[in-house]
Write a protein that binds this ligand. Structure first.
Ligand code: SF4
Length: 898
């Protein structure tokens, strides 16, 4: 875009071609009054507040609709413009209640601010016209007060243009115009997903957050910008803290957020109530006389240190292990890895990426040399074709989902490969409704079509890759006919999808746990790498292979070396040069071999080989497959320490429970799914008295290895010093938009697109990996004829310990259901809402049936967010042999009427 120079109120201003006068004025620090403008929306020109005069144009024009031009001369304020604005505002105020004293938006209301700024003292010559609409409070999260509505249309437009749900519209006309849901249904009955984008756009108090009502005057609120603690998208927002009560009372949009531009999902906007939930663990506890008893912090730390030292002396360092957490900050993860290796002396350290995205790390590393997303979320809109596979994007990563929907509106083509009829299917050009666990066959089939149609990118293959001939040989037998038999996908759809993906100038793959949580998880990821390299769709903008990370810091936990095979920055523990670098800085000798993956540590505990385990922010007794076996294995440990926010299935069996601080109580950083390291800022003091990194330091010090840092930024300095890909990271540099690694030095601005010149192997060539299809470990049979797929609900997160403790969110989705196709339900004589038993070879669980077309025949779907529906009783503890990730996405089950 070209730069344009113009004059606004006599000041020389610069803007980009294509921007509007209002946008350029705001960018140059000149405020033109406005009410219906929102940078996330198309220009509307409805409120007539932003009128300006432009030399050469007749009369007054709306600055939000006129594009800047070279040499333009703009006047934003003079007597006539002022008079006009005052009249427009008085007309609006004539219909607006004057009850600012009791309005929760008071002090933060654009209308109020404009009235003050324009010096309005009365509404003369107009007369007040009272409106008397009842409050709409038909749902737990959003309150609509139509009396305060100024008909700017922002809520309607954001719901239509950005969220694309079309929940809101205007009804009636003239003075009777109101904003409403279709046919005046309640918000809950409508298609509303309670993202609150309408609230974030509303310039008055017409739409507000219900849970924060009455929780603090604007003047008592401090806003702290931070990064969301729920999913790997990495949205920014402001935690609103009531300074007097030291409580987080609301979340508001951060429009500067580089990933989300002010948009949030239901969890980001309303999922903060758990922070102050009375169930929080705030005191350390030690198991005494078979019950957990509160003790002093010193006693807990000394006892824990003593027991770990005792076990280390008795059984050796590798009898100990540590699970770090994808929910915690980079700094906390780095310290847990350091605690395990330098203090416990064990090689056994891992994090909960093991049970979700570990195959992304192993699979992408095998193809490209690094285990992370190749491109940025912002590039989604620039693609010609999006291939989304194994990702229910709009539910699991709603803000990435918004980017996808926006791209589709621009004409981007969409291929979906998913065994469920997920929401995006209705917007897709092609839906490949494959059988669970047949991803490799499908991808090989697409590659077969591409190669036999000579659609591969020969130049890219020749110049930038190796191993093509073996791949070509392998995919030969995967003809569309053959693949149709394995996957159940119509052969014509496979051909069509392959051609669409290959022929497009820029095709981008987005995927998630539907690809990784299989026994073939790593191979599934490698197959996507194969497809991308085959067509040269990697190493450029809006292409590549991009995992959508589940938990908020699953990328960072791996980056920080909370893995059994690498130090921070993916430096091998078996490389003597790397190891000696860490040994020098840490002042101890370190294990020189790979350790056990977390799932293997559980097996080792079962076999009595692992004796002591430290778990930070993870609940394997609830979230790991075949959870009864997991519990039995962990009960076998001699000493189990869990640091947690809330009581969980795992704290139930812990010997020591240490309190943890939530993301609102900690300083640090999270790294999102596009490798962006962003600041997490402490909004309130830790409720348990200590940030998590301080507890880890105290434990280390008590074990005889003093760890002292004054602030997490010092931990990050150590990370940067030791890890070449993070060498350019400092907290100062992260402050604004974060940085995407690799960041090799302090001048480097981060990397939006990976592998533009070379892949991350010594020869710089990407590697094709020839892979054969393999069935899931447990196929349906006569006894267990259905396939169970597990996944995520938009409203909830992981074991639900946080999301279930947000009152409004819990009201929206209070219990788990099993999605069953109507034809299956008819065969099984099960009706909607009926409680049934879901049974596998490992156990059974009682669950409510939900009859829906989303489930295909023969396939059931549910999540494991609920404590009273422990889905992992039935899931299968079989693992990807390379990544150690369980097969959550396919196990054989049956159902029984109760
Ligand atoms: Fe938070 Fe993810 Fe929702 Fe963004 S999309 S607000 S990061 S949960």
């Amino acid at each position: 875009m070209q730069k344009v120079t113009l004059t606004i109120d006599g000041k020389t201003c610069f803007g980009k071609e294509g921007r509007t006068v209002l946008e350029v004025a705001l960018e140059n620090g000149i405020n033109i009054p406005h009410l219906c403008y929102d940078p996330r929306l198309e220009a509307y020109g409805g409120c007539r507040m932003c009128l300006v005069e432009i030399e050469g144009m007749r009369g007054m024009v709306t600055s939000c609709t006129v594009k800047v031009k070279e040499g333009m001369k703009v006047v934003t304020d003079n007597e006539l413009l002022h008079h006009h604005r005052v009249m427009v505002l008085k007309l609006i105020l004539a219909n607006h209640p004057f009850d600012c004293m009791i309005c929760s938006k008071s002090g933060d209301c654009s209308l109020q601010e404009l009235a003050y700024n324009l010096g309005i003292e009365n509404i003369e010559p107009f007369q007040k016209e009272e409106r008397n609409f009842p409050l709409t409070v038909d749902n737990p999260l959003v309150e609509l007060d139509r009396n305060k509505c100024i008909h700017c249309g922002r809520c309607i437009r954001i719901c239509n243009e950005v969220v694309q749900r079309d929940v809101l519209s205007f009804a009636k006309r003239g003075f009777n115009t109101v904003v409403t849901t279709p046919i005046y249904r309640s918000f809950e009955e409508s298609d509303c997903e309670f993202c609150g984008q309408c609230i974030s756009s509303c310039p008055t108090g017409a739409l507000t957050e219900k849970p924060s009502k009455g929780k603090g005057r604007t003047c008592d609120i401090k806003r702290v910008r931070t990064t969301c603690g729920y999913c790997g998208t990495g949205c920014n927002f402001y935690l609103n803290v009531n300074i007097k009560g030291k409580k987080v009372v609301k979340v508001t949009s951060c429009f500067e957020g580089p990933v989300n531009n002010g948009n949030l999902c239901v969890k980001g906007r309303f999922g903060y109530e758990f922070i102050h939930h009375p169930d929080r663990i705030l005191k350390p506890m030690i198991r005494k006389n078979s019950g957990l008893q509160e003790v002093s912090y010193e006693e807990a730390i000394n006892y824990t240190a003593g027991r770990f030292l005792e076990l280390k002396k008795k059984y050796g360092p590798d009898s100990l292990g540590a699970f770090s957490s994808s929910r915690c900050t980079n700094e906390e993860n780095f310290l847990v890895a350091k605690l395990a290796r330098a203090v416990f002396g064990t090689k056994n350290i891992d994090n909960c990426a093991r049970v979700c995205h570990a195959p992304s790390v192993t699979g992408l590393s095998a193809c490209f040399g690094s285990g992370a997303a190749t491109n940025s979320f912002d590039q989604i809109e620039g693609a010609d074709v999006l291939f989304i596979t194994g990702s229910n994007t709009t539910e699991a990563h709603p803000i990435v989902g918004l980017k996808v929907k926006r791209a589709l509106r621009k004409g981007v083509k969409l291929i979906i490969a998913d065994p469920r009829k997920i929401e995006l299917v209705k917007r897709a050009d092609i839906w490949l409704d494959l059988r669970p666990g047949t991803n490799i066959a499908l991808l090989n089939g697409m590659m077969n079509v591409i190669i036999s149609g000579k659609l591969q990118n020969d130049k890219f293959i020749r110049d930038r890759t190796e191993g093509y001939e073996a791949l070509k040989e392998t995919v030969k037998k995967y003809t569309p006919q053959y693949v149709e038999k394995i996957t159940g996908v119509d052969r014509n759809k496979i051909i069509e999808a392959a051609k669409l993906y290959a022929k497009a100038p820029k095709s981008m793959i987005l995927y998630s746990l539907g690809m990784t949580e299989h026994v073939t998880g790593t191979y599934n990821v490698m197959s996507m790498g194969n497809l991308a390299m085959l067509c040269g769709h990697v190493g450029r903008e809006s292409t590549g292979v991009n995992p959508l990370r589940g938990q908020n810091n699953v990328q960072g936990a791996c980056d920080m070396g909370a893995l059994p095979n690498v130090f921070s920055g993916y430096q091998s523990v078996e490389d003597p040069v790397v190891r000696s670098k860490f040994e020098k800085i840490w002042g101890v000798s370190l294990p020189d071999k790979k350790g056990l993956q977390s799932t293997k540590m559980i097996e080792a505990a079962h076999e009595g080989k692992l004796k002591g385990l430290f778990i930070l922010g993870e609940d394997p007794c609830h979230t790991d497959p075949n959870m009864n076996l997991v519990r039995k294995s962990l009960e076998n440990l001699e000493f189990l320490v869990v640091q947690e926010l809330f009581p969980t299935k795992t704290t139930e069996i812990a010997d020591v429970v240490l309190p943890a601080a939530s993301f609102a109580e900690c300083n640090g950083t999270f790294t999102n799914g596009e490798r962006r390291i962003q600041l997490v800022r402490r909004a309130i003091p830790p409720l348990c008295g200590r940030e998590n990194w301080q507890t880890i330091c105290d434990l280390s010090t008590a074990m005889g290895y003093p760890m002292h840092y004054n602030h997490p930024s010092e931990i990050m300095e150590e990370v940067a010093f030791l890890s070449p890909i993070f060498a350019g990271v400092t907290y100062e540099r992260l402050a604004d938009k974060g940085l995407q690694w690799p960041i090799p030095d302090r001048k480097h601005m981060g990397t939006c697109t990976m592998y533009e010149k070379a892949f991350n192997f010594p020869a710089g060539l990407g590697k094709f990996n020839a892979i054969q299809h393999k069935d899931p470990a447990e196929m349906p049979d006569k006894k267990y004829p259905y396939v169970l797929i597990t996944g995520r609900r938009r409203e909830h997160y992981n074991n639900g310990s946080m999301s279930r403790r947000n009152k409004g969110i819990f009201e929206l989705w209070p219990e788990e259901t099993l999605e069953i196709n109507p034809e299956d339900a008819e065969k099984l004589k099960i009706s909607d809402g009926e409680y049934i038993n879901l049974i596998s070879r490992r156990g059974k669980v009682k669950i409510k049936a939900s009859i829906t077309e989303r489930a295909k025949e023969g396939r059931f779907f549910t999540s494991f967010h609920f404590i009273d529906t422990l889905t992992n009783t039935v899931t299968n503890s079989v693992f990807d042999p390379l990544a150690g990730t369980p097969e959550y996405k396919a196990c054989a089950v049956k159902v029984e009427k109760i």
